[in-house]
Write a protein that binds this ligand. Structure first.
Ligand code: ZN
Length: 387
């Protein structure tokens, strides 16, 4: 999932939005404009467009509130949170470890929709007061502030309702998983079952939505597009959620030195940048670990070289531009599940360092093979259990 846009940090947690979220905003703006035209033609196109544009901050506030509630709930249970990604319907809070028990999973899944319900009701009440006496249906008389706060209330209630659909990794799906987990005692099986249910629900939504688009008129078409869009999202989120879970499950408790290569290539410190660039251009564009004897000096890639003027390449050594950061190496005893983040989108190999010396190299294909083997082993076990 490299398709996210980083927004910033809140309470030490990285906040990002997925591209699907931008699709949701466009759809919400269009819905508001279409429905608004019907309910309040007196507002005029300019104010309706303004109202449509207000969909983005309202959705953002509702979803961010939802994810923040998850994050704080997880943290209260002692599970560190590193990133919130806002998706179409909510988000996925990347927690660093799988949930500890069905009970803590259920609590963390229930807290966030509850926060949205409370916020939604409060917003609708305030909007009702602002609109002086429940004239909210009459958008033209209520005024834009009341309409915006009302829309914020609706966005919160919709976020709560959609997240309670039994579709993993959304909250309803996590509740389902917690229930199956409690019943079977097997978190992997519980995750797989809830992912299956989610995919079935998602595709059913797509079928109904597409049917509506063709069969209905006017506002019905808008509803159809929403239903199909939500269904598509549910189906793909379930598949991704299960895949992500499998990776975590396969790697948790596995030390780095079990998967690292002990025979590997490294670049001696005195090699010039020009030589390294030649290798990058001719063969590979991956990063290299730079060593002085066995001592690890850092990582160097085309990215660092490209910051230098080409004239100085022949006289500069790779050791001068090698980057050394905790996020760019691992220790032999580190848990693979924690290291995965570092082996993310950017780097495909990670130097393993012990006592300042380079002792191994963790390569992405090796990790992928390990996860695939684990997944195959799990499904073989399940086949045997069923026959
Ligand atoms: Zn949620």
């Amino acid at each position: 999932m490299g398709r996210r846009l980083h927004v910033g940090r809140v309470l030490g947690v990285e906040v990002a939005v997925d591209w699907s979220w931008i699709g949701a905003v466009v759809l919400a703006a269009w819905t508001l404009a279409t429905v608004g035209e019907r309910l309040a033609p007196a507002l005029g196109p300019a104010r309706l467009t303004l109202l449509g544009a207000a969909a983005a901050p309202a959705l953002f506030v509702a979803l961010a509130l939802h994810e923040l509630a998850h994050g704080l709930a997880s943290r209260a249970c002692g599970v560190p949170v590193r990133r919130l990604t806002l998706f179409l319907l909510g988000g996925i809070t990347d927690v660093e470890r799988a949930p500890a028990s069905p009970r803590s999973e259920a609590i963390s899944a229930l807290v966030a929709p509850l926060v949205n319900v409370v916020a939604g009701l409060v917003c609708l009440m305030i909007a009702g007061l602002l609109a002086a006496g429940g004239a909210l249906g009459d958008l033209a008389r209520a005024g834009l502030p009341a309409v915006f706060i009302g829309w914020l209330g609706v966005a919160n209630l919709a976020t709560a309702a959609l997240n309670l659909l039994p579709a993993f990794p959304l909250d309803g799906g996590r509740l389902l998983r917690a229930a199956v987990w409690r019943a079977t005692g097997d978190v992997e099986r519980a995750t797989r079952w809830s992912a299956w249910v989610s995919q079935a629900i998602g595709w059913a939504f797509v079928v109904v939505g597409v049917g509506l688009v063709f069969a209905a008129y006017d506002v019905g078409v808008v509803v159809g597009v929403w239903v199909a869009f939500v269904g598509w999202f549910l189906a793909s989120a379930a598949a991704q959620g299960y895949a992500g879970f499998l990776v975590q499950d396969a790697l948790a408790g596995v030390p780095v030195d079990r998967l690292m290569r002990r025979r590997f290539r490294a670049v001696p410190a005195n090699v010039t940048v020009r030589t390294a660039v030649r290798v990058w251009l001719a063969r590979t564009n991956e990063s290299f670990a730079v060593v002085d004897g066995e001592r690890f000096l850092g990582v160097v890639s085309m990215h660092e070289a490209s910051k230098l003027e080409p004239e100085v390449w022949p006289t500069t050594r790779v050791s001068a531009i090698a980057v050394r950061a905790p996020s760019l190496s691992a220790s032999p005893g580190d848990d693979m599940a924690d290291v995965m983040e570092r082996l993310d989108e950017r780097v495909d190999s990670l130097p393993v360092v012990e006592g300042g010396c380079l002792v191994g190299l963790l390569e992405r294909p090796d990790v992928d093979r390990w996860v695939a083997k684990y997944a195959a082993k799990r499904s073989a076990e399940l086949r045997d259990a069923h026959t």
